[in-house]
Design a binder for this molecule. Structure first.
Ligand SMILES: [Zn+2]
Length: 482
């Protein structure tokens, strides 16, 4: 039944090898200053980083795809286009690339192959299940004395009570993951002042994330066993007592710590980041391999969808007295990427026909119905997902409404999931009616031979009628968005 899957790496597989061949067919032009300063063949691990700016910084969202060599060189991959996204999908994999330095600083980076390793390509970007212990390490710039929050705050942030991150990730994943075993350690001093790491704190994009990682992990190393007695931490939340550049950052970092060499899920957080737990949840989401999602307005701001912690982390959020605005649920597309949607909870028709199904709201802990539908057009890689959201639970309680949400997914985009908006033009921020499909409304994409009609409200969601393929009646060919 589930023949179409997103092209993400859940395990070493034939699909991954096909992806590798796809990338190998493309030369990637990199008119960027590469830290790898000469032509040659390089082996290293793919790292993907997202930078999320504060409103005050006036910067745009940052996205870095890079290969870190064993010698510590960082080879930047230009981050636009399908080929870059395909390499990003290899986050955590050891790869071989060829750097060709041409005249005038024009260089190309050409993907050669994936190098099989123990830690494997399932680590990042695919399924995430089981216990995921993170460690919070708190690092002070040598010229800044303040401790914006105390150790108790960071320890409590991992609690399994509403508002705690263990509770949050259990709810997000329907108990398929937890962060049991996560710990926080007391503030330590970095060897250098803030200016050593960031030229202009609070602006720009030039925080030396590598030096911050190296110095912060080394500063805590006398107190922190990253191997965690054999149950190594999966991720590192670095909390700093001053601004970084524009941004809080999340993604991965390959390093050897306490004898463990792997891609660590990693976040870099200034004080405004850990003041709102939703931002920490967002950065951890990047650590789990999730990209941003978006609304439908086509601008370059990936923070204007109110339906996803991986877009607007803090708007339409539930407020907590201690931990500020909490993360909301992430779109079903993202949950499916992480393998949190059970096969029986995904409706994915393969035969033309008319189907009436019930989809329950996405925050429901368990369901006898569906959590999502995935509708694949007869041709192309762009498809739709259908989910239900409601103002319920500890994390979705302040969403814009109770409605069916339809998402267009284009895996070749750096933000694959865009929440469909029927308004013309689409709203700047998608708490609008056009983004909420109510009883009696019909979405149709005639070219894709798909229509979705919201029939009625049910106890925990909505009943919808899906027409798929040639079952689409002629009448719909005139209607388009209703
Ligand atoms: Zn982000």
């Amino acid at each position: 039944m589930h023949t179409h899957r997103p092209p993400v790496s859940r395990a070493p597989s034939a699909a991954l090898l096909r992806l590798a061949l796809f990338i190998a067919a493309l030369a990637i032009f990199a008119p960027l200053p590469l830290l790898a300063a000469q032509s040659g063949t390089f082996e290293g691990v793919v790292e993907v980083l997202w930078g999320d700016p504060s409103a005050a910084s006036k910067e745009q969202a940052q996205h870095r795809i890079q290969v870190r060599t064993d010698a510590g060189q960082v080879i930047a991959i230009p981050n636009a286009g399908p080929s870059a996204n395909a390499i990003a999908a290899l986050s955590g994999n050891r790869v071989e690339v060829v750097v060709d330095e041409a005249a005038q600083g024009q260089r190309t980076v050409r993907f050669l192959r994936i190098i099989p390793t123990e830690q494997g390509d399932a680590l990042l970007g695919g399924a995430v299940t089981g216990s995921q212990p993170w460690v919070s390490i708190l690092c002070k710039f040598s010229d800044i004395a303040s401790e914006p929050e105390d150790l108790t705050y960071f320890e409590g942030m991992y609690a399994n009570t509403p508002g705690g991150l263990d509770h949050y990730w259990r709810e997000q994943s329907y108990d398929l993951i937890d962060v049991v075993g996560s710990e926080a350690f007391a503030w330590v001093d970095l060897p250098n002042p803030q200016s050593t790491y960031i030229a202009t704190p609070g602006s720009g994009t030039d925080a030396n994330l590598g030096a911050l990682f190296n110095d912060c992990t080394q500063a805590v190393n006398p107190f922190v066993d990253f191997s965690n007695g054999g149950n190594a931490f999966v991720g590192i939340n670095m909390m700093f007592n001053g601004l970084l550049d524009c941004c809080a950052w999340g993604g991965s970092r390959f390093a050897t710590l306490d004898g463990i060499s792997k891609s660590w899920r990693t976040t870099w957080n200034p004080p405004w980041s850990f003041a709102d737990e939703g931002i920490i949840a967002h950065e951890m989401g990047h650590g789990f391999g999730l990209p941003h999602s978006n609304n439908f307005d086509g601008d370059n701001n990936p923070y204007d969808s109110r339906w996803d912690v991986m877009s607007s982390a803090t708007r339409n959020a539930v407020n907590h007295p201690i931990y500020g605005r909490l993360g909301k649920h992430t779109l079903s597309y993202h949950k499916d990427r992480l393998a949190w949607i059970a096969p029986g909870e995904l409706f994915e028709p393969t035969a033309n026909g008319t189907y009436t199904i019930t989809i329950d709201q996405l925050a429901l802990p368990s369901t006898p119905n569906y959590r999502m539908a995935r509708l694949n057009p007869p041709t192309g890689n762009v498809y739709y997902t259908v989910e239900v959201r409601d103002l319920v639970g500890d994390y979705d309680g302040n969403l814009p409404g109770n409605a069916v949400i339809i998402v267009e997914v284009d895996p070749s985009r750096s933000q694959p999931a865009w929440v469909v908006d029927a308004d013309v033009p689409p709203a700047d921020t998608n708490f609008n009616e056009g983004s909420m499909w109510r009883v009696g409304e019909v979405f149709s994409d005639v070219g894709a031979e798909i229509s979705i009609e919201v029939l009625s409200a049910t106890a925990n969601g909505f009943q919808v009628r899906i027409m798929y393929g040639s079952a689409l009646p002629d009448a719909l060919f005139d209607s388009g968005f209703e």
